[in-house]
Ligand binder design. Sequence first.
Ligand code: CAP
Ligand code: MG
Length: 472
Amino acid sequence: MAVQLNYLAKRGWKPKGDDWLITLIKVEFSEDALKEAKYSHIGSKKGKSLKKLFEDAAASVAAESSTGTWTKVYDGKDSGIPLAAKKKAIAFDLDYKRQMFKVAYPIDLFELDNMSGLLAGIVGNIAGMAMVSAMRVYDIKFPRKMLKAYPGPRFGVSGVRKLLKKPKGCLVCTVPKPKIGRTDAEQSRLAKVLFTSGKGTYDGIKDDENLTNLYFNKFDKRCKMVMNELKKAEKKTGKKKFFLCNTTHSNVGKMLDRAKTIKKNGGIFMMMDVITTGFAATDYMRRNNPGLAIHAHRAMHGFMTRDNSPGVHGDGKLYGFSISMIAIAKIYRLLGVDSIHGGSPLAKMEDYGEAKYIQQALQKKHLKPHKKIPTLGQDWHHIKPVWMTASGGLHPGDFETVLNELGEDIILQCGGGLLGHPHGPEGGVIAIEEARDAYEKNIPLRKFVKDNPESELAVAVKLWGYGPRIVY
Ligand code: CAP
Ligand code: MG
């Protein structure tokens, strides 16, 4: 672990100016590393050597993720060492107690508009380092020059509001359940029910993340048929609607063709699974799709972001390797999606109490670090705010809490929470309309239910309650 250059900042050092990218990391040491440093466990009293081990780890992370490697290499003529020394990353702000530190990367290490290249550096190899047994990347803070290299979201919150002629309020949306089962024609009939039941105010229908192009539910046919019902419903209700039509494919060319099909059918939104299709695909689709807003589903993120160890928020031990959803959300805002799943305080998915901060990371212009969750903040400059999608186990009884927590610039998605209504999809639509209306009129949900015991909302609440609840 003798890295060649000094990758460790002097105590108190801070990067000057804005030409640095910063990461925030916590590490645990492998048994082998501890043994080598003559420690059997982290709580050992022989603090000095543990301190050295931590410093080595911070320096090694900075080296491996920027210009260095594990040993001294040739440093003579043409070796590149002088420039490597000048452009090396620097580990700073070492928190010995929590084993956390920051790494500052000079901007010259990166091709500014290349997210894939950037990530190959800053988080490329470090999670594989044998000396560490656990690591979490809490946050990434991008410098202004890097933000300038990306167009950011084409529409963002305000642009989508304009497209939908909906200046305020949350958007409600439903993903058909079963996840897969309906034919294209059946899905279009569900769209009609969603868009025309109740007062006709229901906003959106979304494909599920694993619904692509199947023999009984063809992408082209689904797109055409759902858009056809959507247009008819718009005429009938006088309200704009949207279809988050899933273009996901591992062949980006096919994804682009699907986006063109959406455009041809008069759609305004495409959907893609941004983790399974990747950073490059997201960047490509942002820059090349035919003028659609992009809805980003984060399917598979749990294998990257999930860490149920006590140290997930800094104090206590970490057990695994992960990168926070906060960092992932920032990456995709920069890559230019217009809405993204960010979790929900009452969701069926684990969120570590981070949903609100994720919403802020997606929407604030000047994001401050969180008081408790280890974070770095971010100035977003020209990069627009994007929609947070709250989803996963949500139902009408959750509306008040979710809206109070996350604000109204959210797509509130209820799949099971609409289609599981005892009175069927129509009942589900009305229950959600009632929950949203009550919220917008400042009527507490419990009061509405008490005053309207026969309402569809009361029926939904009788079944699912008000949350929070772990659904599975
Ligand atoms: C929600 C959902 C979403 C999850 C993903 C599903 O359905 O469509 O994929 O919300 O989680 O298939 O589970 P329900 P997240 O409304 O029936 O739960 O939003 O946290 O990324
Ligand atoms: Mg889904």
